[in-house]
Design a protein around this ligand. Sequence first.
Ligand code: SAM
Length: 272
Amino acid sequence: MYLKTHVAERFGRAADQYKCHSQVQDQAAELLLQWLPHDLTKVPTLRCLDLGCGPGSQQGLLFEQLMWQERRQQHLEYVGLDLSAAMVQAAQRNLAHLQVNGSVVQGDGEALPLQRQSIDLIYSNMAMQWFNRPDLALAECARILTPSGYLLCSVVLPNSLAPLDQLLPNFVNPQRTFADWQQLIADSPLQLLASEVRQVSGHFRDCKALLKSISGVGADAMPAHHDAADDKKRLRLTKQMWAQLNAGYEGYRTPKGLPLHYHIGFFLLRSQ
Ligand SMILES: C[S@@+](CC[C@H](N)C(=O)[O-])C[C@H]1O[C@@H](n2cnc3c(N)ncnc32)[C@H](O)[C@@H]1O
């Protein structure tokens, strides 16, 4: 279980630098958008919710893909939603540059401040693994989706952050498995159309940059039985730990740099 104020605070702290460190999130977003359903073109005004939108980092790519599908910009209405006030502000600023109708609101994915059947597409990239009650979130998604609406989402799965998970086990939060997510979806009011596990990898020049790819996007909150002091302890490495980490990681170096592998679950769901 995560303390939501703590999650919002950690992500909020990263809002302004997020885009410098989001290479893994950007790759996952590209893969996720390959699953954008083509029949969304039939919807006269496409209302899209970006659930856990962060600083709006995927807005550009999302709009590009939707415009490609829709061709006409005025038919898109975007709502970004995030738990963190600082992320919401950053996403609002990003949206202002992009000339798309829309708004960004602060809210919780487990209790969406949106009306029943008001959204045609929910898009959520690497956010729902932070939810304590994804069952509530899926029920909420089903409530706000139109009868032919879609939920397109990606989540972080176990065995992510390899090989850091071996070298620095305290750094890595437990995750729900792919089977857990499939069961959650089977128990939800939504219908599963497609699902897949893919490996997505970031590459970094050194361990400092690699760890920064986690803390720099704000993804370093720990579950609620830890407190802020534990977080600090976890992130503060002694000289000896640094030396061990650097030496251990060098054994994994590739021509692209030091790797950090994620297992990501991709899901396409539909109202039923
Ligand atoms: C790793 S970021 C992903 C941001 C963006 N979707 C992307 O692909 O770059 C996860 C986001 O989920 C948000 N988040 C976490 N728990 C949430 C919740 N219960 N409701 C809404 N947003 C939440 C965080 O504040 C954070 O901005």
